[in-house]
Ligand binder design. Structure first.
Ligand code: FDA
Length: 301
């Protein structure tokens, strides 16, 4: 697990803060610990921008084994929360969306295979949001497959100017939408650039989703949206079984446990696999303090 990130060698210790490990066994151990603590999980097998069909097929095979292993985990049911405690998150670019010939159709077919298996195993599937050039194709795939798998979830990013409109369209009955701020570098024409604008947009989208008829998944570590979600849930009479608070593995662990203690449905997004480089770069870019953590870990080696 060694590689160089922005000129600094990345140690296993750094990677392990944000990534469950390179193997499925590593992941399963972490997932069971999270489930035992009352949290739910969404697992991401790392990999994106698949460039050939064989890679996409290998990704599908790993996800099928993953769903199998996740289905065998011990679940601890919590009163009032009926959502499956295990979910997989998947990037369509990893399933072949960017392949030069028929990419979106191949990714849709691969996702259908995963959803069929997941439905048998009582595991949910949510499709990650990638850069803005993929948003239309990704939402089209989700819309198509929701006819067969109405529980299929999608992610929207509040930094995109279009997202408020998307939330209005996606807030109908049964619609499972994960709202995050967005983690890619996007141009001014399509995305808000200032942090305050992104948070404001998040709050507007949150209100649409929580007042809507779907199942919102509030994915943020920011205390402002989390408090707003708590207030809106009270105001709209949404119990813990009708929305989720979600965070990334390795971030604000104490807050995750506080929210579980307060009775909320909390899901942790847990990545694993050897292709952690792109994921880790986005996590470090989000917060300068992570770089300090990273350097401290290096010095103490
Ligand atoms: P923000 O970055 O403003 O952070 C607010 C506070 O949270 C910080 O002040 C700090 O206290 C804490 N914090 C945030 N990030 C931290 C970090 N890395 N380390 C330590 N503390 C940190 N993006 C995307 O483009 N597509 C996707 O599909 C997804 N999927 C997804 C799923 C889930 C469950 C989550 C939680 C997030 C995503 N994301 C994502 C990532 C998301 O877009 C965003 O980049 C991060 O969640 C950071 O944004 P926050 O809302 O946490 O706020």
């Amino acid at each position: 697990m060694k590689r160089v990130l922005t000129g600094i060698p990345v140690t296993a210790e750094i990677v392990r803060r944000f990534v469950a490990g390179e193997t499925r066994d590593d992941l399963i151990r972490v997932a069971q610990t999270l489930l035992d603590s009352g949290r739910m999980v969404s697992v991401d097998f790392l990999g994106e921008n698949t460039t050939d069909r064989a890679q996409a097929d290998a990704m599908v095979a790993e996800y099928l084994s993953l769903i199998n292993d996740l289905a065998a985990l011990e679940r601890s049911p919590r009163p009032g929360i009926e959502a499956p405690p295990v979910e997989v998150s998947v990037k369509l670019s990893a399933l072949g969306q960017a392949l030069p010939v028929d990419g979106p159709a191949i990714a849709t077919e691969n996702l259908r295979i995963l959803c069929t298996k997941a439905a048998q195993a009582d595991v949910w599937v949510t499709v990650d949001a990638e850069d803005h050039t993929t948003t239309d194709a990704t939402l089209a795939t989700v819309r198509e497959l929701r006819r067969e798998f109405p529980w299929l979830g999608a992610v929207v990013q509040s930094y995109l100017r279009r997202t408020e409109r998307d939330c209005r369209e996606l807030s109908g009955p049964g619609s499972r939408i994960r709202l995050c701020k967005g983690a890619y570098r996007e141009p001014h024409e399509v995305a808000f650039q200032r942090a305050a604008e992104v948070t404001d947009s998040y709050l507007r989208c949150l209100e649409i989703l929580l007042r809507g008829a779907g199942y919102p998944m509030v994915a943020s570590h920011d205390p402002v949206p989390i408090a707003a979600a708590e207030d809106l849930a009270v105001e709209t009479g949404r119990g813990p079984g009708r929305f989720e608070l979600q965070m990334l593995y390795g971030i604000r662990e104490a807050e995750q446990l506080r929210l579980v203690g307060a009775g909320y449905a909390v899901r942790v997004y847990v990545p694993y696999g050897s292709q952690w480089y792109g994921y880790l770069t986005r996590r470090l870019a989000e917060r300068p303090a992570n770089l300090t953590f990273f350097l401290r870990a290096l010095v103490s080696k």
